[in-house]
Design a protein around this ligand. Structure first.
Ligand code: C2E
Ligand code: MG
Ligand code: MG
Ligand code: MG
Length: 286
């Protein structure tokens, strides 16, 4: 009886594996065509200063994929596959180029010097000369280096390679800013905060979600902000969804906030209409 049961499990398992493998190969072949079929697009989520005038100071660029075959696929699903297939190199280059030229166009058209934050995968640092790429993109788009922030996760830093450290130092020397993304969710060594030339720290939204009620999260978030400020890092809270969270973070002197409370990620025209036009008017009428 137990044997029968085991066999059923095995059959179930192989059928799930098979379906999984099939879905995966469909995803892979669809991804190969995504860039040339113009199925990729960018959305922009505003980042707000928390202290002082509470105005928009920057935005994060987020990749969207609407596949002809599969419909909308979330970056959490397709980015890891892009990384495995090496497709993150051409796609990452496309994102960087478009993000920088968009930021430059917005500065020129709206007179609003926003920074633009671009997510960069560890694969890009390992398999590409990011310094040469960034230099070329900044030159082509005429965006000043100080308006570009590269968001990297702890996985880039734990790699511990001299090659990556050298690239990050060279990027910083160009004037590009570096942010550590999803802080607190990766590996627990803090030594990289000292070794790497970071300028911003983004607290992962899992620590923000249960604020201001959860006592442990309150303790962690206030300690992270204090530590970051001592290390001369600006702090951005991710996933801020409620006014209470925003108020609480302001009380802790968190520098910037990002999340649905202010705005979801917006396409170019909505960002211009809802964010830039308002900021533009504010600037001119004050
Ligand atoms: P991330 O860099 O941590 O980006 C923040 C994610 O949180 C985004 O998810 C954003 O839509 C979501 N978010 C923002 N505010 C809120 C909020 O208030 N509540 C909640 N629940 N979520 C919020 P998204 O766009 O699905 O992207 C997921 C991840 O995919 C990103 O996490 C990033 O790691 C990766 N990703 C996105 N675009 C790119 C890209 O161009 N290149 C690379 N390498 N990775 C990217
Ligand atoms: Mg990010
Ligand atoms: Mg994040
Ligand atoms: Mg994330």
């Amino acid at each position: 009886k137990a044997k029968d049961h085991g066999r059923d499990c095995f059959q179930f398992y192989t059928s799930v594996m098979h379906q999984h493998a099939k879905a995966r190969s469909v995803l892979e072949s669809a991804l190969h065509k995504a860039l040339s079929n113009r199925e990729l697009s960018l959305v922009y989520q505003p980042i707000f200063a928390q202290l002082g005038s509470a105005e928009v100071v920057g935005c994060e660029v987020l990749l969207r994929w609407k596949s002809e075959l599969l419909g909308h696929v979330s970056p959490e699903q397709f980015i890891p596959v892009c990384e495995e297939l090496g497709l993150i190199l051409p796609i990452g280059e496309w994102v960087l180029y478009h993000a920088c030229s968009q930021a430059k166009a917005w500065q020129d058209n709206y007179g609003n010097p926003l920074f633009i934050a671009v997510n960069v995968s560890s694969i890009q640092f390992k398999r590409q000369d990011m310094v040469e790429l960034v230099k070329k993109v900044l030159r082509d788009t005429k965006l000043e280096a100080k308006y570009l922030t590269l968001e990297i996760t702890e996985s880039v830093l734990v790699d511990n390679s001299d090659k990556i450290l050298a690239q990050l130092k060279a990027l910083r020397a160009l004037g590009v800013e570096l942010a550590i993304d999803d802080f607190g969710t990766g590996y627990s060594s803090l030594s990289y905060l000292k070794r790497f030339p970071l300028s911003k720290l983004k607290i992962d939204r899992t620590f923000i979600r249960d604020l201001p009620e959860d006592e442990e999260d309150k303790a962690l978030v206030s300690a992270i902000i204090l530590m970051a400020h001592k290390l001369n890092l600006k702090v951005i809270a991710e996933g801020v969804e409620t006014p209470a969270q925003c108020m609480f973070l302001k009380g802790l002197l968190c520098d910037m906030t990002q999340g649905y409370f202010h705005s979801k990620p917006l396409n170019q025209s909505d960002f211009e209409e809802n964010i830039l036009t308002t900021a533009y008017h504010k600037q001119n009428h004050n």
